[in-house]
Design a protein around this ligand. Structure first.
Ligand code: ADP
Ligand code: MG
Length: 332
C-alpha cells in the first residue's frame, strides 16, 4: 500500500502504537505537539522536532534566506507555544546541496539568530551534510513548563468554546500567490511575508497555559480543519465552527475579492498560520477572552464549540457548508 492511500496522520497512527506502549513513568510520546518528560514534581521538559524540505515546504528561489532561517525555527517554537511552554535550546541539522553559497547560508543564519535572540533560545548543536538537489532543514527544540500549565490535544470537552489567537488564511493566501506566480504589489507582498515569516505565539501560549479554564490547545500548522481533527481524535469529540466568526485580515479579504478565492475555505484549510487554537470551559470563556484582550491588546477569537458527536461541521449563517479541499496532509 502507498503511504498516500493512508495519509500522513493515519500513517503515524499505523506505526506509533508499538512506540507509545510501556513508556517510562511521567513520559508522553508520539501524539501531541511536543513530547513531555517529567523533570521533577513541578516541571516538565518539552521536546519537538520539525523538518523543512525544499520544494515541499519552501521554494529556494522565492523565499529570502533570512526568512527561511527565521521560519524554520518559528515553526518549531510554535509547537512549544502549543503546549504552554517556554523554549530554551535548539539543535539544527542541515542537508545542503552543492550549489548553495556560503553568503546565502549566512543570511539564513542571520534570520535564525534574530529569532534566537527574540525568543531567548540558544542553538546548541546539530549536524551538517551534503544533500542531492534539495536543501533539508531539521530543527529540534527543547523547552520547559510547569506541570499544571501544560495543555494537551486530548483535554477538550463537549460544550467548550473553540478560540484562535490570530487571523487565519493569510499564510495560505501568500502561498497561493507564490505558487501561481502572481506579480507583487503591497497587498501581495504582505500576504507572502505572512507565509515566509510566521510568528510563534509564545507569550499567548504561556498565558493560556496558565489559565485553568483552557482545556485543550495546539498550534495551527495544517489549517484549523486538519488541526481540529487532531483535537477531535485525541479528545474523542467533534466540533462545529461558525465560518462567519473566523478572523480574517482585511488584506486577505481584499485578495479573495481580487483573485476570486474562497475566503472561508482558505481560512479553514490554508495552513501555516502558526497561531494557537484552544478549547475553553464555557464558564470561564468570557473572562479569559476579556483578560486576553487586556493583556495582548488583541482578540482571542471564538470560532465555534466542541460537541460530543465525532464530526466537524461548518456553518455559514446556520447553513451547513462542505469544503472542496481539507487541511494540509503531506501525502495527500
Ligand atoms: P506537529 O505538526 O505539531 O509537529 P504532527 O501532527 O506533525 O505534529 O505529528 C503528530 C505527532 O506524531 C507528533 O507527536 C510527532 O512528534 C509525531 N511524529 C510525526 N512523525 C513522526 C515520526 N516519523 N516518528 C515518530 N513520531 C512522529
Ligand atoms: Mg503542532
Amino acid at each position: 500500500m502507498k503511504i498516500s492511500e493512508l495519509g500522513e496522520f493515519a500513517f503515524i497512527d499505523h506505526f506509533a502504537p508499538v512506540f507509545t506502549k510501556n513508556l517510562k513513568k511521567g513520559v508522553l510520546g508520539i501524539g501531541d505537539d511536543c513530547a513531555v518528560i517529567t523533570l521533577d514534581d513541578r516541571r516538565v521538559m518539552l521536546i519537538t522536532t520539525d523538518m523543512l524540505i525544499e520544494d515541499s515546504h519552501f521554494l529556494r528561489q522565492s523565499i529570502p534566506p533570512a526568512d527561511l532561517g527565521y521560519k524554520s525555527l518559528a515553526v518549531n517554537l510554535s509547537d512549544i507555544a502549543a503546549m504552554g511552554g517556554i523554549p530554551n535550546y535548539a539543535f539544527l541539522s542541515l542537508g545542503i546541496p552543492k550549489d548553495v553559497e556560503v553568503e546565502w547560508m549566512d543570511l539564513f543564519f542571520s534570520g535564525m539568530h534574530e529569532l534566537c535572540n527574540e525568543a531567548n533560545v540558544q542553538l546548541l548543536g546539530g549536524d551538517t551534510t551534503r544533500s542531492g538537489n534539495h536543501l533539508i532543514i531539521n530543527i529540534g527544540v527543547i523547552g520547559e513548563a510547569l506541570i499544571e500549565h501544560v495543555k494537551y490535544r486530548s483535554s477538550a470537552l463537549p460544550g467548550d468554546i473553540i478560540c484562535v489567537t490570530g487571523e487565519l488564511g493569510d499564510s495560505g493566501g501568500g502561498l497561493r500567490l507564490i505558487l501561481e506566480n502572481i506579480a507583487a504589489g503591497d497587498l501581495e507582498d504582505l500576504l507572502v511575508k505572512r507565509h515566509h515569516r510566521p510568528r510563534a505565539h509564545l507569550a499567548e501560549g504561556q498565558w493560556l497555559g496558565a489559565q485553568k479554564g483552557v482545556h485543550a490547545m495546539m498550534d495551527v500548522s495544517d489549517g484549523i480543519d486538519s488541526d481540529l481533527h487532531r483535537i477531535m481524535e485525541r479528545s474523542l469529540c467533534g466540533a462545529q465552527v461558525d465560518l462567519n466568526s473566523l478572523p480574517c485580515s482585511s488584506e486577505l479579504q481584499e485578495a479573495c475579492v481580487k483573485y476570486n478565492w474562497d475566503l472561508y475555505e482558505l481560512a479553514a484549510t490554508g495552513g501555516e498560520d502558526y497561531c494557537l487554537i484552544c478549547t475553553i470551559d464555557p464558564q470561564a470563556g468570557e473572562s479569559i477572552m476579556r483578560e486576553f484582550k487586556e493583556k495582548f491588546e488583541r482578540d482571542l477569537f471564538p470560532i465555534g464549540r466542541i460537541i460530543s458527536e465525532n464530526t466537524l461541521n461548518y456553518y455559514d449563517q446556520d447553513i451547513l457548508v462542505r469544503f472542496k479541499r481539507h487541511g494540509f496532509d503531506h501525502f495527500a
